[in-house]
Design a protein around this ligand. Structure first.
Ligand code: ADP
Ligand code: MG
Length: 339
């Protein structure tokens, strides 16, 4: 007798949720990216007990149309791509239509939203992915998402989370990077009732860097803005005599998306070269803007890894941009001898 069976929806839902919702910080990232896709200019993030008890993300974006509300937590339901061609050049942060369904599967989720040009809003409540109610509600324009009691129905996952303090630190880290990714958005982030970060949202990357890392960074930053082969690398790098013991002080944003890349990290390190002592790493916040069809973000559900169609070209651009920022290509002035 055959042994293969199709898994039922509850199991497939939980498995999918495991890839998107690794920990509270991954939920915060997904929710903020949804707000950015909704063209929000202000996003507030509030967490309790490292996000395990509660995560709340509210925005002033375009909101969700009333008839779309039931679909928000359906699997593979998205308003961001429609065709296979769309997948070739992604313009939004989301596109897989699985964040809200995955989050819903492992929490008690409330979605409140009022779409622009609608008089009333809608509220949806789901427990472990099962919708308990959808009803009309008086709400401001925009969307507010509340995730309560994460992993209440998956005790094994709950057990693998770190202490609330460590989960909160991971959330602060991702929020910091989101602030650096979207300097045009004003973020307010609070943890257990205390505001930890509040970014200006005026489009100025320096302002975002100072908000995240502190005013004392101002003197330590060197600006970078370099374009080669249609790849623009811009942002800030730290002066070489001011280094970290960890690689975490650097971050890359490709077409606005925070991503991790060991290859690009090495490209930066190569530019600093001998200027860095062994075991020391530089600070950098680098935005890389390039043709969207040259980057594949559909590598992993968490969208933190990307593949480049020409990785060497991107490494080359980063390498040279940092050299330029460090002033290594700057020509020494030629003495003018008066006639
Ligand atoms: P994706 O972002 O990949 O489309 P999600 O599961 O994250 O998938 O979200 C599903 C859909 O719900 C989105 O495509 C969008 O239409 C809607 N949505 C989610 N969050 C928001 C928000 N903050 N504002 C407006 N619409 C939202
Ligand atoms: Mg999304």
């Amino acid at each position: 007798m055959g042994k293969i069976q199709l898994l039922n929806e509850t199991i497939t839902g939980r498995i999918a949720a495991g890839e998107v919702v690794e920990r509270p910080a991954s939920i915060v990232k997904e929710l903020v990216e949804n707000s950015v896709d909704a063209q929000a200019t202000a996003i507030s993030i509030h967490v309790e007990e490292g996000g395990i008890r509660e995560i709340r993300v509210s925005d002033n974006g375009m909101g969700i149309e009333p008839e779309d509300m039931p679909l928000t937590i359906a699997k593979h339901a998205t308003s961001k791509i429609y065709t296979l061609a769309d997948l070739e050049a992604i313009h939004s942060m989301g596109f897989r239509g699985e964040a809200l369904s995955s989050i819903a599967a492992v929490s008690m989720l409330t979605i409140r939203s009022r779409a622009q040009s609608h008089d009333a809003g809608m509220e949806l409540y789901s427990r472990g992915g099962k919708v308990e109610y959808i009803r009309e509600a008086g709400l401001p324009e925009g969307t507010s998402i509340l995730v309560d009691n994460l992993f209440f129905n998956t005790p094994a996952r709950l057990k693998f989370l770190k202490k609330p303090g460590a989960e909160a630190a991971a959330i602060t880290d991702i929020v910091s990077r989101l602030i650096l990714a979207y300097p045009e958005v004003s973020f307010r982030y609070s943890c257990n009732g205390k505001t930890l970060l509040h970014s200006p949202g005026n489009g100025d990357l320096m302002g975002a860097v100072l908000c995240v890392y502190g005013m004392e960074y101002k003197e330590r930053l060197l600006p970078v803005d370099f374009t080669v082969n249609n790849i623009r690398v811009s942002g800030y790098i730290g002066s070489p005599n001011w280094t970290y013991k960890t690689q975490k002080a650097g971050s890359f944003y490709i077409n606005g998306r925070y991503v991790k890349s060991a290859a690009l990290q090495n490209a930066v390190a190569r530019s600093y070269g001998e200027r860095l002592m062994k075991g020391n790493y530089p600070f950098y916040v680098l935005h890389i803007d390039m043709d969207r069809s040259e980057v594949d973000v559909n590598v992993h559900p968490n969208k933190l890894t990307v593949h480049f169609s020409d990785e060497n070209a991107v490494e080359y651009a980063v390498n040279n941009a940092v050299l330029d920022g460090l002033g290594i290509f700057r020509r020494t002035p030629v003495l003018q001898i008066p006639e």
